[in-house]
Design a protein. Structure first.
Length: 216
């Protein structure tokens, strides 16, 4: 049994849900509310599972039950333990190129606009909402511009040709967030086209934030 601790709007948890669905894996979800009562991720019970105090967290009870934190570590674990269907290309160069774009999204773009950063800007530094939104949109624009260029290598196909995989699992949550914050995406036609192809698929529809049991 796979158990995923997450939050419906967490981009990182969203990535893992997509990966699980693409692999056709059944999993149980345990919601961890990131806002209520100061954030359940800071509570003693969850900290005992994940001292990082972040979501997602995966527990694979059939393989020892050790908790695995960090979305990309979880996705890589799933690829190693459940290799079929693959979500990374077989060719080492293509695999590295996919990882490079995915890491850019997950490690360069997302950390600058995730919840705890935005909360710190407001609560600790006194940044108002208008300035926070400007911060958010600046870094999203810079990040997506690079991804838009990188997607030229795939034309009108998915990163795995006929199938989406690791790259799309990282891209779609970032596009979801960009839309939430009213970012102008017109400059990224490749991203929008790939997003539309993904959002038509069941694996992505079922992973979407609004489809989660804890969605509010």
């Amino acid at each position: 049994m796979l158990t995923l601790y997450g939050y419906w709007r967490s981009s990182a948890a969203y990535r893992v849900r997509i990966a699980l669905n693409l692999k056709g894996l059944a999993y149980r979800q345990v919601p961890v509310h990131l806002v209520r009562d100061g954030g359940e991720q800071h509570g003693e019970a969850y900290q005992a599972l994940n001292p990082q105090g972040l979501v997602p967290l995966l527990v694979d009870e059939e393989n020892g039950g050790a908790p695995i934190a960090q979305s990309l570590a979880i996705i890589e674990y799933l690829e190693e333990i459940f290799p079929v269907p693959a979500i990374l290309p077989a060719d080492p160069v293509e695999r590295a190129q996919v990882r490079a774009l995915a890491l850019h999204l997950a490690c360069d773009v997302h950390p600058l606009n995730n919840l705890r950063v935005l909360q710190y800007l407001g609560r600790e530094l006194g940044v108002d909402d208008a300035a926070k939104n400007a911060w958010y949109r600046h870094w999203v624009a810079a990040g997506l511009a690079a991804v838009e260029q990188g997607l030229a290598a795939y034309g009108d196909t998915f990163s795995l040709g006929t199938r989406p995989g690791y790259l799309e699992a990282c891209l779609i949550p970032q596009v979801y967030n960009a839309r939430r914050f009213d970012c102008d995406l017109d400059a990224y036609p490749r991203i929008l086209a790939l997003t539309a192809r993904c959002e038509a698929l069941e694996a992505f529809r079922h992973a979407a934030p609004d489809a989660q049991p804890d969605a509010q």
